[in-house]
Design a protein around this ligand. Structure first.
Ligand code: DGT
Ligand code: CA
Ligand code: CA
Ligand code: ZN
Length: 574
């Protein structure tokens, strides 16, 4: 068992414990352990087998977790896990993925109806049986049915960070063989799409057959779907993500890369353009129709050029105007990850984060940032231990002091303030006035009518202390649809009164995303890209936020956390 698998198993057990209603502290210890194991650089197995070492020496691993880890490696399970699996079949875990359905409800439903599958639950709601239970009504049935609909619509899709990390692992593994093949990820992953159906790898070079044979032997491969000389298809991990590998001739690599990057809509439009020019485009190259001469194919740029276009960044290839812009030479110069100098949304142990303010700051500084903002939750979010006015004032003081330590790095005091149902904020204006930066976010009452949500958000913009609208549509990818409101009107107003729009880089949100970003950009509003980090490792999610921004055609001028601190602070003046 490798560390990732161990971490997954611990997480899964924690999920089951949650359904079983076991005390939160214990659950947290499993989740913490999962995080620790996942981030270890050395296999747990190696440490366990070394008689001179003790896994309890690892920070955060106590006695009971240590014994669970030992059992897990020896026999593939441990007593807590056995106990949970005896109570709840593994299908119950799937139920946790349904939005609007918490562990407690799942436990109650299981207790009364012995139901622990999605289909069973769907039937139960359709038959109107759930309302027979205390505190459960028609409304909950509808909410669950909607959750199931979203779940089924997204079944078989994966968050980008998971697909991306899987791709990196496989590419590195194939490169270890040193057979000088060239390996690239194409498809939706290369386009930076927020969710991924399957990973498409392309390999070219002298020994592609070796690569394909080696690929299907990777330890995380679950099932081999296809294994030929030039193509293999597998599923990996317990999640079952499909990965395709295709071997290609070097002289048609560019054409293949172009073709398999897609999107399909972009490819169709590009082929039509080729036809109008008396050319033929396919995955092998670009050919003249009259005599069949190949005029491009080895590199992608040459194909676009031969079609009278500048090279189009993959993130734009959705046939939403990029081909026309490439023909006119008006493609935007897209924002790059290395232009980001700050992260402006993060949580610490004061609310629901895993690290202290100082630990977060050190990590951000190490990453090369010039400044950050600490933005813990406010009091309305009680389950995240949100801060009230007096705790916030204390934190502001601590931040000012901590920030003094560095000449080349600044911590701004901020807060992710809750937007109440009536559009008011849950922290007094006198205290907001003391903060460097205020993010206002909706975390509750997301189901209200469009008109009411619009008014609610417009009301937020009237508060002179608000600087940024956090995760502006509230979507949770694969789980929860955006809340509904007059988006165009709200961003137009935000632009007018100098409130900025967040691109939340958490892979579960990527909010704003395409196509909202295009609408927002055309209103002239400015953006910040932030990770909403609850853990130092979440800082790495910035790359996905930048990809989203690129998919929204944003340039460095649209994104404010590319500015020096001095210039950035000026953009906060309302
Ligand atoms: P996904 O996997 O659902 O996240 O999205 P993609 O875009 O990666 O789609 P996938 O894996 O089915 O195919 C990869 C690329 O191959 C796709 O973006 C464009 C190209 N492709 C696949 N099928 C077709 C097709 O029928 N026509 C054209 N023009 N291109 C195709
Ligand atoms: Ca794909
Ligand atoms: Ca595919
Ligand atoms: Zn939030």
């Amino acid at each position: 068992m490798d560390n990732k698998k161990i971490a997954d198993t611990l997480e899964e057990t924690a999920d089951l414990m949650e359904i079983a209603g076991i005390d939160g502290f214990r659950i947290r210890s499993y989740r913490n352990a999962a995080q620790i194991v996942a981030s270890l650089s050395e296999p747990i197995v190696t440490i366990l087998q070394d008689s001179d070492r003790n896994i309890t020496d690892i920070k955060g691993i106590g006695k009971s977790i240590a014994s669970a880890l030992k059992d897990l490696i020896e026999r593939g399970s441990f007593s807590r896990r056995d106990e949970m699996l005896e109570k709840y079949p593994p299908t119950a875990l799937e139920l946790l993925k349904i939005s609007g359905l918490g562990p407690k409800t799942i436990a109650t439903i299981h207790h009364h109806f012995r139901i622990s599958t999605i289909d069973g639950l769907e039937q139960l709601c359709r038959d109107g049986k759930l309302r027979e239970l205390p505190r459960m009504g028609e409304k909950l049935e509808h909410r669950i049915l909607r959750g199931i609909e979203i779940y089924k619509r997204n079944a078989g899709r994966f968050l980008i960070n998971f697909a991306h990390q899987t791709a990196i692992e496989l590419v590195n593994y194939l490169n270890e063989n040193n057979d000088s093949n060239d390996i690239t990820a194409a498809g939706s992953l290369r386009r930076g799409k927020e969710t991924i159906g399957d990973v498409d790898l392309l390999v070219t070079g002298p020994k592609t057959t070796n690569a394909i044979d080696r690929f299907v032997e990777h330890p995380s491969v679950n099932e081999i779907l296809v294994h030929g000389d030039t193509k293999a298809s597998v599923t990996v991990g317990r999640e079952g993500l499909q990965v395709d590998v295709r071997a290609l001739e070097t002289d048609s690599y560019g054409a293949a890369l172009q073709y398999f990057t897609g999107s399909k809509e972009h490819n169709v439009a590009l082929r039509e353009r080729a036809v109008r020019m008396g050319l033929r485009l396919n995955e092998y190259g670009l050919y003249r129709n009259d005599d069949g001469t190949k005029i491009a194919g080895q590199c992608e740029t040459s194909i676009y050029e031969a079609l009278g276009l500048s090279w189009i960044p993959p993130e734009l290839r959705e046939n939403t105007g990029e081909i026309e812009a490439a023909a006119e030479g008006t493609l935007p110069e897209l924002i790059r990850a290395d232009e980001i100098v700050a992260d402006l949304h993060m949580h610490t142990t004061e609310s629901d984060g895993y690290f202290s303010m100082n630990e977060m700051a050190e990590a951000a500084r190490k990453k090369g940032y010039q400044y950050i903002a600490i933005t813990d939750h406010s009091k309305a979010l009680a389950m995240a231990n949100g801060l009230d006015e007096s705790r916030l004032l204390k934190q502001i003081k601590q931040i000012r002091e901590a920030s003094e330590r560095w000449e080349d790095f600044t911590i701004l005091s901020g807060c992710e303030v809750d937007i109440l149902q009536n559009g008011k904020l849950d922290i007094d204006n006198e205290v907001l006035a003391q903060l460097d930066l205020v993010i206002a976010s909706v975390h509750s009452h997301m189901d209200i009518e469009s008109e009411k949500m619009t008014d609610r958000l417009l009301h937020v913009l009237e508060n002179p202390y608000v600087n940024i609208l956090g995760h502006p549509t509230g979507r949770l990818l694969l789980r929860r649809d955006p809340y509904v409101y007059d988006f165009e009107r709200v961003v137009a107003e935000a632009s007018k009164c100098n409130v900025h729009i967040e691109i939340n880089a958490s892979p579960e949100r990527l909010d704003l995303g395409f196509p909202h970003l295009r609408v927002a950009k055309s209103s002239g509003v400015k953006f910040t890209i932030s990770t909403d980090a609850h853990h130092t490792k979440h800082f790495d999610n910035m790359q996905y936020g930048v990809l989203s921004a690129r998919r929204g055609w944003l340039t460095v001028n649209d994104v404010l956390n590319t500015l020096s601190l001095e210039k950035f602070l000026k953009t906060l003046v309302r």
